[in-house]
Every structure is written in structure tokens, then in C-alpha cells.
Design a protein around this ligand. Structure first.
Ligand SMILES: *Cc1c(COP(=O)(O)O)cnc(C)c1O
Length: 221
């Protein structure tokens, strides 16, 4: 088993001091790896693929808080709505409306983060700052079964850490701006294995860490 429990303990100690929440990103890793961190007290786990999340949730302890951090298609919301704890990557009003609809069926409120496009790469999903500012508060407040509690972003995939820092700073400033408008946000999900220290310095409250804990992912399997 490749789970790095030493790294886990160090990261948890570091994050606790800063009051930052750790989401352990377990995508592509087997349930046994999740159990290894669960045994050490970890309860927040993040997954990117709906089917994989559903399969793992079925066989793992019920008190795990499952974070969906991937790109979510509207037609798949129904599979995770019964149990998901937080959906990080909400990138359209249409998706938010679908989450609201599915949450209503289960008579629950699903917490969501809006994904913001902060990286230069074209491929990253998310709202722009302008799109967020233009979101109609009246429409949002009609969605009784979703609660937008924060923002999520991914920095560019680059060695240039000053660029990464600049992008995180930008996301934090958008977070502050929205809080001065009609939002009440408390969660800023930014930072992964390679950049979480910078993200925390720039105001992250939640980091999503995979490979530092579980080892490199092998997508060819
Ligand atoms: C895979 C993934 C992570 C974790 O990445 P690592 O570099 O392995 O820490 C974090 N956030 C998102 C959205 C991911 O897809």
C-alpha cells in the first residue's frame, strides 16, 4: 500500500494550526487506501468521477464526508445527491438548478462551491469574475435546496510559483468582493499537492491533496 501516513500526519498538524480543512483526494485509489487514512481520523475525502464515488461510498463507512471535486454533468447529479457532503466544481447556473432539484427530492440542502476560472489554460472550467458578479441574487435565493458556501479554483499547471500565487491572490480577491455583494461565503477551496502552501498563504480555507498522501496516480490501469 502506497499511502504515506507520515506525510498525512505532518500535513494534518500543519493544517490544524492554520484552521484549514484537508480534503484527501482519493480518485483512482482503492477503498483500502481510504480506510488507511480513515483509521487515522481522516473523514473528508474527494473524488472526481461519479461512478467511482458511488461505488466507494457504498462500501466505506457512512460518516465519511464525500466531496465531489470533478467536473459534474447535470445528468449525473442524481447519483450523488443522496449522500454528497460538498460539491466543489459548480460551473454553471444550470448545474446549480439541477443540484437544487435533486436535493429537493431528498428533502435536503446540498452545499456547493462555485468554480472560478483563474488559470490561463483554456481547458479549466468555471465562472469568470464578471459572470459571478452578474449572477442574479433573486434567482439564487429561489434555490432553496442548495447553499453556495464558497468558491473553488485551480491554478495553472506550471513551475512558475509567482504565477500560481498571483492566481490564488486573484481568487481570494474575488471571494472578498462577492462577500461585499450579496454572498455569504466561508469556504475557499484552493491548493493541491504542489501548491497548497502558497494557497494557504493566500487565504485558502480548504485544500484538496491527493498524490502527497496516496502516491502518484496511474491512469493507464
Ligand atoms: C486530482 C485533483 C486534486 C489533487 O491533486 P494532487 O496534485 O494529486 O494533490 C485536487 N483538486 C482537483 C480538482 C483534482 O482533480
Amino acid at each position: 500500500m502506497a499511502v504515506n501516513t507520515t506525510a498525512y500526519q505532518q500535513i494534518v498538524t500543519e493544517l490544524n494550526q492554520q484552521q484549514v480543512t484537508l480534503v484527501a483526494v482519493s480518485k483512482t485509489k482503492p477503498p483500502e487506501d481510504i480506510e488507511a487514512l480513515y483509521a487515522l481520523g481522516q473523514r473528508d475525502f474527494g473524488e472526481n468521477y461519479v461512478q467511482e464515488l458511488v461505488d466507494k461510498a457504498a462500501v466505506l463507512p457512512k460518516d465519511i464526508r464525500w466531496h465531489f471535486i470533478g467536473h459534474l454533468q447535470s445528468n449525473k447529479v442524481k447519483y450523488i445527491a443522496p449522500f454528497v457532503h460538498l460539491i466543489h466544481g459548480v460551473d454553471s447556473l444550470k448545474l446549480l438548478q439541477e443540484i437544487n432539484k435533486q436535493a429537493a427530492k431528498h428533502n435536503k440542502i446540498i452545499n456547493c462551491l462555485l468554480q472560478v476560472h483563474i488559470a490561463q489554460e483554456e481547458t479549466k472550467f468555471g465562472f469568470s469574475e464578471d459572470e459571478l458578479l452578474q449572477l442574479d441574487s433573486a434567482i439564487l435565493s429561489e434555490l432553496k435546496n442548495v447553499q453556495v458556501i464558497g468558491l473553488m479554483g485551480m491554478a495553472s499547471f506550471t513551475e512558475d510559483m509567482s504565477k500560481v500565487r498571483h492566481e490564488f491572490k486573484h481568487l481570494k480577491s474575488i471571494f472578498n468582493t462577492l462577500n461585499n455583494h450579496h454572498f455569504t461565503l466561508n469556504t475557499l477551496s484552493m491548493g493541491m499537492s504542489g501548491d497548497y502552501t502558497i494557497a494557504i498563504e493566500e487565504g485558502s480555507t480548504m485544500v484538496r491533496i491527493g498524490s502527497l498522501l496516496f502516491g502518484a496516480r496511474n491512469y493507464t490501469l
